[in-house]
Design a binder for this molecule. Sequence first.
Ligand SMILES: NC(=O)C1=CN([C@@H]2O[C@H](COP(=O)(O)OP(=O)(O)OC[C@H]3O[C@@H](n4cnc5c(N)ncnc54)[C@H](OP(=O)(O)O)[C@@H]3O)[C@@H](O)[C@H]2O)C=CC1
Ligand SMILES: CC(=O)N[C@@H](CCC(=O)OP(=O)(O)O)C(=O)O
Length: 413
Amino acid sequence: MASTLAAQSLSSAPISGAAHVLQCSSSSQFHGARLTIPLSRHHQGARPAVSMAVAAPLAKPQKLQLGQVVRVGVLGASGYTGAEIARLLATHPFFKVTMMTADRKAGQSIADVFPHLIFKSDLPDLVAIKDADFNQVDAVFCCLPHATTQEIVAAIPKHLKVVDLSADFRLRDVNSYAEWYGGEHRAPELQKEAVYGLTELHRDEVETARLVANPGCYPTTVQLPLVPLLQSGLITTEDIIIDAKSGVSGAGRGAKEANLYTEIAEGMNSYGVSKHRHMPEIEQGLSDAAGKPVQISFTPHLIPMSRGMQSTIYVKLTDGTSVDDLRNHLQSFYETEEFVKVLNAGVVPHTRNVRGSNYNLISVFPDRLKGRAIIISVIDNLVKGASGQALQNLNLMTGCPEDCGLLQQPMFP
Ligand SMILES: NC(=O)C1=CN([C@@H]2O[C@H](COP(=O)(O)OP(=O)(O)OC[C@H]3O[C@@H](n4cnc5c(N)ncnc54)[C@H](OP(=O)(O)O)[C@@H]3O)[C@@H](O)[C@H]2O)C=CC1
Ligand SMILES: CC(=O)N[C@@H](CCC(=O)OP(=O)(O)O)C(=O)O
């Protein structure tokens, strides 16, 4: 009996006005609550833009009571971030996965695709996205490749809350999206509606959002330390240099030559040098924080580990600021946060210190060069950099305690 309560309260949540009328192109019309977009992974053709009005923020969700159940759909559950959501939800007191989709793996059981999930025997089988029944869910995690995602999210019934892990709704400027993602956005109004879900910095907006754009993994490592420092004027907006490293799972599970064991093991390489698509996302957040345009130098690297991410960030102090001021400011800024911790002077974080967890560790060091500091920020790309932060956001959007399902400690060593 109790299990239907949340379903009712969530699906009847007031989403204001005519704002939610969907005028899809004929190929993405709704029939009942199933998607009928032809979703071939090979389909790259241009489509007309989906047009709709921008939705107003929702009311804050009521706190869930124990016994209530939020039915969750995972689109792209046969990928790394989708599987990670299923893993994190295994002990969640309120969320139950009732629908999972796949593309090539549709029709299989999740345990056949990911044997580590066999212990969670109540997970549904993987269905093709065209067969996804949105009557079975109250909320959706969308774990699909960017560009594929926008039309799918546009066609999800508007009473459902959605956290999208792709890059499709992160950039506010449609021209910037077109420039960095190589094609016109096909749901620009949704791009305006989406709230950027860097949880610790946008908590209030996330709570009242219907659609959250979950941040990229590199942008999470960079913005968590730099936004408070730029907001407080402790560092300059010039000369920000970011040297970042990611484990290979950041590239997804799809087979790619560059990600073969033989290409990755016993070595490392830079990629996207001076043109990585996370640059505009990072610059958007840093510019908002500084109140003026900020440009960065950013070079990502692929290193031979399955998960984990480090950004080493070189910044210039403003006049009269010391490195201790930076550390003290970050420590007090994040003092009450569960998932962001600022280490004491001299302590170097390791990606293993956050492996499998939703934590971000930050450390601040003086540079040998006068007036400069070096900031190290580590996360697990699949957790705080993707599925963990997505769950943190959906917890807030549905009235669950923010840390539900997220308190597992890092695996070390
Ligand atoms: N990996 C990471 O660390 C991070 C990833 N992200 C973002 O999250 C999203 C998911 O990433 P990740 O899980 O790594 O990706 P994967 O490549 O591992 O998984 C992609 C999923 O999408 C499905 N899929 C692919 N193409 C289509 C299609 N045309 N129609 C329907 N389903 C499709 C795949 O199904 P099947 O396998 O059955 O073909 C699979 O379930 C991406 O947008 C990514 O950029 C964000 C932050 C970090
Ligand atoms: C190692 C690797 O390839 N990483 C991915 C970033 C993963 C991520 O956060 O990206 P999204 O913006 O796709 O969500 C990349 O550099 O494109």
